[in-house]
Structure formats: structure tokens, C-alpha cells
Write a protein that binds this ligand. Structure first.
Ligand SMILES: [Zn+2]
Length: 345
């Protein structure tokens, strides 16, 4: 099947709008007619080659936050079926190892890479993926809104519920609160009972942070952040760092209350977090890495959206020709929440 879509021909290179063939689904695979695909910083990181940059995997269609409908299935596929609405699971997991069997999918021992990096993604109108990467999605959620579920909402569920175990009484700081993952992190931590402050360097995102349930605080300079104005003498019990700079991580460690938890999610190379074992012991701190989410968490997030407990923040929805414009807004730090490419616009 010949289609028009976006591909990159070198890691870090430009998007090219071009015609190419989408293959028939092989045994164990499904072909998805893409309704919409999320546009966020992770896509830019993937395009840049931050996750992997082998030349052999080029050219590549980027975009991992795929929402669509199964159009055809390869041999041996019993689920999903033709016509089923699905969202893509980001990690190319084996489905057979101990972690996969136990539902800890993102810790798969035989990870084969990522959708949009090692397999073609949703910056084209069709995508062929392993059937186990197509997760059922209810029909009632609009396509662009739904693109926030498989990563921008699922990642916060994994952080807030599974890793940091946020509950009533927790005081939570989200660093980088106005972005695609950040704004849903504020919503999720609030939903679980946390009192949430969102640190954000762009004042135009403050209203969205308030709307998500958080109190915005300017974080252009970490030296000048005064949390006392928000909570008096109480310190955060949980700090979630989405910025991943040495300044933000150091600030997060220092800000924590006794017994506090620091959650880190960024994967930038060459960033160190200086820490003192004495300090960690005397303040009984916990440092938690958080890696994506499980398939069951994606399903739980879809239910949270259907029931109205989590509201996707997808502020900029564009037709195919608008993709570069959203990329620019991401690079400039002006995009509130997520963007999305809608193939039906
Ligand atoms: Zn596995």
C-alpha cells in the first residue's frame, strides 16, 4: 500500500513528506489505520537519535502515541481484531519473559526497541505493529485527546501510583509541570490525593497548571524558589523531576521532607546527581527511577479518561502540514500539554 507520510532519513535530520510503501502485516502483526498521533518532546528526542541511532533502521516514520483502528491482521493474530480501536504501546516488548508475564512490561528482558525508532510510527496514515503492541481503546474518546493516554497520561500513573505511591497527605512538587507529561502528572497526583505544586519556567502555562489542580511556581532560577510561600514550613514528601538538569535534581533532593521520595524520569546522558549517603540516611530519602508504564496501566488510564477523572490536555491539534509548527512550539517551550497530528483534518 502506497501512502504519503513523514519519514527521517538520518537521525537528527529533517522530516521529509514523501510517498512510500506500508507493508502487509506479517504473522503476529496488525496494520492500524492511524486516526491521530501525539506530538511531544519524546518524539523530538527519538528523531534526534537519543534513544537509538543505528543507521540500519533508517528511513523511519516517527511518532509513538498512535491511536487508530485495526484494518488488517497477519496470520495467527486472534486479538485485536479487524475494526477494533487501539492505542500503541511504546515499547517493543517480547511478551514472553518473566517481566512481561508478570505485567511489568516496561522491564521486558528482551526489549527490541521503541515504536517510532525501531518500527515505523504514526507520522504516516498507516502503521504496522506487533499485535501485542495494540492495546484496546474505547470508541468514546476523541482521537486527538486519546493520543495523550498511552504515554503522557500512562507515565504519570506509573510514577504517581506504582512508584511514588502518592496518597492523601502527600505534598508533591512536579518540576516541569506545564509540558505534556507534566500537566498530566499534576492531574494524576491531585487525583490520588496529593497537594501539588507545579514548577514551570513559562508563565503562560500557569493557568493550565491551576486547571489541572496544582499551584504554579516560577522556576526559571532554582535558587529563587520559595516553597514556604505555598506551604509555610512543610516540605514536599514527593518531588517528580521532568527537567533532569543538575540544578533541578539537586534542588529536588534538598527540598524533600524527612522520608521524602525523589522520582527521576529523564534519560539525558552526562547529567550527574551528586548525593551524600549520610544525607540520604539521616533524612531517610528514597530515589526512584520510573520507566514508562505497563500495558495494564494504559488500560487503566483509558478508563480514567472515559470516567472523566483525568482530562487530556492536548492544546494544539494539526493536520499533517502543521507538524513542523508544533515541533517549533515544543522547541520554544511554548506548547501547553501535548500536541497531536490528526489524520482526519
Ligand atoms: Zn519481555
Amino acid at each position: 500500500m502506497n501512502v504519503h507520510g513523514y519519514r527521517i532519513h538520518q537521525w537528527g535530520g529533517p522530516l521529509r513528506w514523501e510517498a512510500f510503501d506500508v507493508p502487509e502485516p506479517q504473522p503476529g502483526e496488525v496494520r492500524i489505520r492511524v486516526e491521530a498521533c501525539g506530538i511531544g518532546l519524546t518524539v523530538l528526542n527519538c528523531i534526534r537519535g537519543d534513544l537509538a541511532n543505528a543507521a540500519a533502521t533508517l528511513p523511519r516514520v516517527p511518532g509513538h502515541e498512535i491511536v487508530g483502528r485495526v484494518e488488517s491482521v497477519g496470520r495467527g493474530v486472534t486479538s485485536p481484531g479487524v475494526g477494533d480501536r487501539v492505542m500503541a504501546y511504546f515499547y517493543l516488548v517480547c511478551g514472553a519473559c518473566k517481566a512481561c508475564a508478570e505485567g511489568q512490561d516496561s522491564l521486558c528482558a528482551n526489549l527490541a526497541g521503541w515504536v517510532g525508532v525501531h518500527r515505523d510510527g504514526g507520522y504516516a496514515p498507516f502503521a504496522v505493529l506487533p499485535a501485542r503492541n495494540a492495546i484496546a481503546l474505547p470508541d468514546s474518546i476523541g482521537a486527538a485527546q486519546a493520543t495523550a493516554i498511552p504515554d503522557a497520561i500512562a507515565t504519570p500513573l506509573h510514577v504517581c501510583k506504582t512508584r511514588a505511591r502518592i496518597t492523601t497527605g502527600d505534598v508533591v512538587v512536579v518540576i516541569g509541570a506545564g509540558g505534556g507529561v507534566g500537566i498530566h502528572m499534576v492531574e494524576m497526583a491531585t487525583l490520588l490525593g496529593g497537594e501539588v505544586v507545579g514548577l514551570e519556567a513559562s508563565e503562560q502555562k500557569f493557568d493550565a497548571i491551576r486547571h489541572a489542580g496544582g499551584t504554579p511556581i516560577m522556576s526559571r532560577s532554582f535558587d529563587e524558589i520559595d516553597l514556604r510561600s505555598s506551604w509555610g514550613a512543610s516540605r514536599p514528601t514527593v518531588v517528580i523531576d521532568l527537567l533532569g538538569s543538575q540544578a533541578s535534581l539537586t534542588w529536588g533532593m534538598e527540598a524533600l521532607a524527612l522520608g521524602g521520595r525523589l522520582v527521576v524520569l529523564t534519560t539525558f546522558r552526562n547529567v550527574d546527581l551528586p548525593m551524600s549517603p549520610r544525607d540520604i540516611v539521616l533524612r531517610e530519602l528514597t530515589i526512584l527511577g520510573s520507566r514508562y508504564a505497563s500495558k495494564a496501566e494504559l488500560t487503566e488510564c483509558a478508563e480514567l479518561v472515559v470516567s472523566g477523572r483525568i482530562h487530556p490536555v492536548v492544546s494544539h491539534v494539526v493536520p499533517p502540514e502543521g507538524v513542523e509548527e508544533v515541533h517549533r512550539a515544543l522547541r520554544d517551550g511554548t506548547l501547553i500539554g501535548r500536541g497531536a497530528l490528526d489524520w482526519n483534518l
